[in-house]
Design a protein around this ligand. Structure first.
Ligand SMILES: NC(=O)c1ccc[n+]([C@@H]2O[C@H](COP(=O)([O-])OP(=O)(O)OC[C@H]3O[C@@H](n4cnc5c(N)ncnc54)[C@H](O)[C@@H]3O)[C@@H](O)[C@H]2O)c1
Length: 418
């Protein structure tokens, strides 16, 4: 029995998805990197960067001492610590800046880093407003900056495999996507002084910036941007319009941003014969119930992909004996996927989809956050502006996330305009 036959006879199997390929540049000097914002995410990025040989962390910056100390310790003794990023940009010879400050500061830090001649990796969501994102596109283009947005699913073996499966027609036509990020928690960081302390207000806003509109766009930019990016990527286009509802209904603790959002996005598409149709994406993010967590369901006429950061599952539609493969680039793994004939019933399962048979499983294999950093460093070393998530992707993502907030706030359907 050859491999193809074997896979064809197996009801379920797992494979490691399409990992990013990284060239090795042993002769290139390491990239001199600085990280601005060593809070939760920034420190995590510092830790991952310190495991990557081609990164040399020369500086870290945070304007809050406890976070700067923590970031500096994670970076190691070779990294100098700064409270002000402007001083850091002036004093240090930096190739690339990693931006992990709160959303409302992304644009200013990226702009100043670009003016200082640095390449930039900016955490999602790229900008607080569409106008800022448009300015950033112009700046990056004018300076030939190598720029990547930190939407790490673009580096994930699971999501890359999923994209290949959608592109090659394994799912049939995708008319619907259902995505969600559900949590049960207050989303708060502890404030080190009591509420009646004169500095409480300042520290509350500093540490819990994501709960207040002047610094954050709430759930849509902090969580939804990841998943709307997946929808845009899988559908190969930007949304045309969105309608949405939401509110601050459960967490009555002084926060301003919504604690639940429900959105319907519409995408204007054309099939191969040139006929127009509308694909729809429903998205919800709530903070009062964590059932089913974070996932995206890509629903095609021939099959469904259930995607999470840990695993991807492919279920064929009932009546589809084999998965129809419409050609395109076929690597060994995805070609093998086309031979699956599931359709067996999981008799002792409480899986509500058991009637569809055991799914085909894609496994992650590696850490997508680390992989996206390696990919960015590759681009910097090769002076290749085509990163896995460009500033133009970042603009579309920013606009897609923010338009849902606008729909909720203004009680109307909002058209996508950039
Ligand atoms: N890609 C992901 O999965 C992911 C996960 C978490 C956070 N993020 C993103 O990372 C960014 C940071 O989020 P976080 O959770 O780390 O927030 P955080 O509040 O923990 O960290 C932000 C840090 O920036 C610092 N800071 C604020 N103003 C500064 C300034 N002017 N100069 C230098 N430092 C300054 C703060 O003191 C803080 O330490 C956000 O954009 C967030 O959306 C991305």
């Amino acid at each position: 029995m050859n491999r193809r036959d074997f896979l064809g006879h197996t009801a379920a199997f797992a494979l490691t998805g399409l990992a990013l390929q990284h060239p090795s540049f042993s002769d290139d000097p390491p990239v001199k990197v600085a990280v601005v914002g060593t809070g939760g995410r920034g420190t995590d990025l510092v830790r991952k960067l310190s495991t990557i040989e081609r990164a040399n962390i020369v500086a870290v910056c945070d304007d809050y001492e406890p976070h700067l100390t923590r970031g500096g310790e994670a970076a190691g003794p070779q990294a100098r610590n700064y409270l002000h990023y402007e001083e850091m940009l002036q004093k240090e010879a930096i190739d690339a800046v990693i931006v992990a400050v709160p959303l409302y500061l992304h644009y200013a830090v990226c702009r100043d880093a670009i003016h200082a001649g640095c390449d930039v990796f900016c955490e999602k969501t790229m900008c607080y407003s569409v106008a800022e994102a448009q300015e950033l596109v112009k700046l990056v283009q004018a300076h030939n900056t190598i720029f990547q947005v930190g939407l790490q699913r673009r580096a994930s073996a699971i999501y890359r495999q999923a994209k290949a499966m959608v592109q090659t027609g394994m799912l049939g036509d995708v008319f619907s996507i259902k995505a969600q990020w559900h949590r049960n928690g207050d989303w708060r960081r502890p404030v080190p002084v009591k509420r009646d302390h004169p500095d409480w207000q300042r520290l509350e806003r500093k540490l819990n910036w994501r709960l207040y509109w002047p610094y954050s766009q709430g759930l849509m930019t902090e969580l939804g941007s990841h998943q709307i990016d997946v929808a845009n990527w899988m559908l190969g286009t930007s949304p045309a319009r969105v309608t949405a509802f939401g509110g601050t209904d459960y967490w009555k603790d002084g926060r301003e941003v919504f604690d639940n959002v429900y959105c319907i996005y519409e995408y204007d598409k054309q099939d191969k014969e040139g006929h127009s149709y509308t694909a729809r994406v429903t998205y919800s993010s709530i903070q009062s119930n964590a059932f089913e967590g974070a996932s995206e369901l890509i629903m095609g006429t021939k099959g469904t992909l259930l995607l999470t950061e840990r695993t991807g599952l492919f279920y064929k539609e009932g009546g589809e004996e084999t998965v129809d493969w419409q050609g395109g680039e076929q690597d060994e793994a995805s070609a093998a996927a086309a031979t699956i004939t599931s359709g067996k019933t999981l008799s002792l399962s409480n899986d509500p989809w058991a009637h569809r048979g055991k799914p085909f499983e894609i496994q992650a294999g590696s850490d997508s956050t680390r992989d996206q950093l390696i990919s960015f460093l590759d681009n910097v070393q090769q002076k290749d502006m085509k990163t896995i998530c460009t500033v133009e992707n970042g603009l579309i993502n920013t606009a897609s996330a923010i338009m849902a907030n606008q729909a909720i706030q203004e009680g109307r359907t909002v058209e996508f305009e950039i």
